[in-house]
Ligand binder design. Sequence first.
Ligand SMILES: [Zn+2]
Length: 392
Amino acid sequence: MSTGSNGQSAGAGALLAILRDGRARTRGELAQLTGLSRSTVSQRLDGLVAERWVVAAEDPISSGGRPAAIFAFNEGARVVLAADLGATRARLAVLDLGMTVLAERAAELPVDRGPEPTLEWVATAFRELLAEGGRDLDHVCGAGVGLPGPVEHASGRPVNPPIMPGWDGFDVPGWLGARLGAPVLADNDVNIMALGEHWAAGPEVDHLIFIKIGTGIGCGIISGGRLHRGAQGAAGDVGHIRVPASEAPCRCGNTGCLEAVAGGASMAAQLRAAGVEAHGSRDVVALMRAGDLHATRLVRQAGREVGAVMASIVNFFNPSLIVLGGDVAEAGEQVLAGVRETIYSRSLPLATQHLGIRSSRLGGRAGVVGAAVMVVDHVLAPDAIDQAFEHH
Ligand SMILES: [Zn+2]
């Protein structure tokens, strides 16, 4: 955040960022931190209060003399709409600016029906959820959408998504934004989950890897506190890293990919080949929970295979936290144990000395929380707030 002490350039957006961080609460503290005069601080605060981004109160603990007014970021100023679309399931939520879920819905929604029917359903569900939460479209500052395929983040358009027929190049923000009357941002589902888990882990975690083990395998990378998308938005596609000694065919056309060995779809296929009914990651997890030895062995082995790939990534990237999510990873300790065992035995001691490896804190909500974080960071970016004030 650009909230340094270069006072001349500290606009209303910079003051709002400081109040969000909780680094200052009074006019005096804001003036000291930014180098602005108290009258300039007051003027900018008036604008922020008028727009409801900030609320003012009298400090209850100040004693003697005139009580100093304290200012705080208003988490209820606006709401954010968030949609986490998977291959066949969707989760939608309305959240406030502090990431509290006000209304929420999960439903079967196959994305292979194409973009317009899918997004029409999303737009309708958003309106219903707003009504449930006692809000309407006027309160919405933006919407975030996670999609189960590669997305060019700048335009929000999917790029050759393998499991989303009809979506290639579709203008998701344009189409949905026109129906909602608010800015819409889109990104890959694993990226938004990484944003959600980073928010849950707290700002002191700067280098985090979120790995999703579901039907497929992918990871989201937080580097220096920010999402690392890569040159073409393809960063984190660990599912197609080659696993030594495997010749298993992968949907990408190569053989021996991690996903072809340890993904839920490949485990289900291996079970079917052995005469067991299983069609996806959820069936594999259900079998494992029911005590099926074959499924349990496959899931354990998947944990070790993922761990072997992650061990290289730990040496290369030196994260402080690895978070495992997705329905296979959330099925129990089996996967986490396998990943831990392999990473600690194969990575360099310096890289693992302070490394945390744990399962998702947000579970099924990681995507909607992350989509909301993406929108709030965009809407409340100091430059965006300053520009909005210039146009008043
Ligand atoms: Zn592959």
